[in-house]
Design a protein around this ligand. Structure first.
Ligand SMILES: N[C@@H](CCC(=O)N[C@@H](CS)C(=O)NCC(=O)O)C(=O)O
Length: 209
């Protein structure tokens, strides 16, 4: 059995999307980060960084395997299943490039932008400008890439699954003008209509209440 400790946030939706695309059984265990459940001693044993998500693969070779960091979990499950991460080195590292782009750029920068625009107790123009400019730059990079093909890499992959929940969050929070990025918008809508993506959001939100 695969156990996924998660919450209804962009990083929390990525792995359910992959698991739904793979059509394999999994158990979702909610970790309510608004109540600090990610900081309990029990959870820290699984994830020293006290963030969601964390995967426990109880049937891994050699005994139960615990993995944190969503990118590492996606890579593990894609390699284990042989899907959504090509074996050919050129194709594989195109996927990894865009996965890392999400992990190091899109996620952290949109997270900071959302914080300073929506949640910070005071409006700090320097911070809002800094993260708006960087988010717009990253969206422009995605838009150029998505003008060249349907997906971030050659085929639909874990890079799309990692990036989409963050683009969804930017849309929901209305912190980016999507009109400026037609290729991102087309890709976003295409992913939004995938049954596995819909199921992942629905199941995660149903458990994380
Ligand atoms: N790089 C990490 C980021 C994980 C992350 O920031 N998770 C957030 C939710 S989206 C969290 O657990 N926040 C709780 C906290 O910061 O205390 C990953 O991709 O797994």
């Amino acid at each position: 059995m695969l156990k996924l400790y998660t919450w209804k946030t962009p990083n929390g939706f990525k792995v359910p999307i992959l698991l739904e695309e793979l059509g394999i059984e999994y158990e979702l265990i909610p970790i309510d980060i608004s109540k600090g459940e990610q900081k309990t001693p029990e959870y820290l044993v699984l994830n020293l960084n006290s963030k969601i998500p964390t995967l426990v693969d109880e049937d891994a070779q050699g005994g139960p395997l615990t993995i944190f960091e969503s990118g590492a979990i996606l890579e593990y499950l894609a390699e284990k299943s042989g899907k959504f991460l090509p074996k050919d080195a050129r194709e594989k590292y195109e996927v990894m490039e865009w996965l890392m782009f999400q992990m190091a750029g899109v996620g952290p920068m949109l997270g900071q932008l959302a914080h300073f625009v929506r949640f910070a107790p005071e409006k700090i123009p320097y911070a809002i400008d800094r993260y708006t400019n960087e988010a717009k730059r990253l969206f422009a990079v995605l838009d150029v890439k998505l003008a060249k093909g349907d997906y971030l890499a050659n085929e639909y992959s874990i890079a799309d699954m990692a990036t989409w929940p963050w683009i969804r969050a930017a849309k929901t929070m209305d912190i980016i003008d999507f009109g400026e990025y037609p290729n991102v918008s087309r890709w976003f809508d295409e992913m939004d209509s995938r049954p596995a993506v819909k199921a992942a959001i629905k199941k995660t939100e149903a458990v994380c209440v």
